[in-house]
Write a protein that binds this ligand. Sequence first.
Ligand code: HBI
Ligand code: FE
Length: 296
Amino acid sequence: MQIEPRRVEHQQTDKGYVPVYTTAVVEQPWASYTRTDHQTWATLFERQREILKGRACREFLDNQARFGMSPHAIPRFDELNAVLGKATGWTLVGVEGLLPELDFFDHLANRRFPVTWWIRKPEQLDYLAEPDLFHDLFGHVPLLLNPVFADYMQAYGRGGVKAHAIGAEALVNLTRLYWYTVEFGLIRQDGGLRIYGSGIVSSKGESIHCLESPAPNRIGFDLERIMRTRYRIDTYQKTYFVIDSFEQLMEATRPDFAPLYAQLATQPSIPAGEVRPGDAVFQRGSGEGWAQDGDI
Ligand code: HBI
Ligand code: FE
């Protein structure tokens, strides 16, 4: 019997008008997944794995293998937790869907990653306006096996709880950091750029667009620049930010953000597609910038 997610309300957020669900943690109803659900997982898994060869960062691809993720069936949270707990002390918890930000931050601050228990319908294969099981499990979970990234995610959650207490503007700044790193981040690796952002790796079109289209800007990581830069949720990103390493990301976000929020409050935000003097821009075709032809 098909269980339906329990929507509570729709909330106007900076990501637009999204359903926000009950915040309860739920058991993964693995036995209730239908053949269609498993088939949707298999189709998305196989398609994305093929596209991500030479495009996703090594850690992402290796870690999916370490989890034993495969197209054969939707992974069981308890089996993933056995691997994850030993490696970095994180636990996956089932949720109904998008959570109010404070609930989300509190989970991260306690090394709990909320994973939506339901998977999209076949007709939603190519686009879904909200995170489903595929986005969360395939996209977010693999990097939680990386100790430095796992530390960054917990630090981010702690920062989120603090930002929530400071106020709405601080929250908007911090949410941009999540957006341009955890969701849509690129990393320099093997002489080119590779993907580590979950929003990209779970999207067929954007996995190609972000590295190979001449349209978007690719700008070297700059914390203040990122926190000022607006974004859209319903199109491919106009700008991607590039880190040198997960260590760089962790180091850059170690200091307390309160002084930075105060400074940002005096500066206007930056349109998503703008390039500014001082931006370290990666040029297309510089050999420093995409999957080399042979990689794909
Ligand atoms: N809730 N379940 C869930 N998953 C997310 O990725 C998520 C969320 N709530 C808020 C949120 N992400 C973003 O606003 C972050 O930028 C904080
Ligand atoms: Fe996400």
